[in-house]
Design a binder for this molecule. Sequence first.
Ligand SMILES: [Zn+2]
Length: 91
Amino acid sequence: MLNVCWHCGVYRVDKIIDPQGPVAMCPECGHRHPFLQLPLLLVSGASGAGKSTICHALLGALPEVVLLDSDILWRPECDTPADRYRAFFET
Ligand SMILES: [Zn+2]
């Protein structure tokens, strides 16, 4: 939802971030969207290693971070073992 400006309604992914807010500024109208800028904690690992289990166990236990299971970032075009799944890890 951050990519749709609350003020002008234009979809833009290239927000200008002001870390002093923190706010994301709309490139179209300059509206300043406040947001929580938290550390990002990614849980990754081999299939079946327990990523989902540990993420579930940590829900609510770490309110000072954004916690993501890397599986939510997977998409079929990331299945490129020849380049060691570069697109996935860059995502
Ligand atoms: Zn706007």
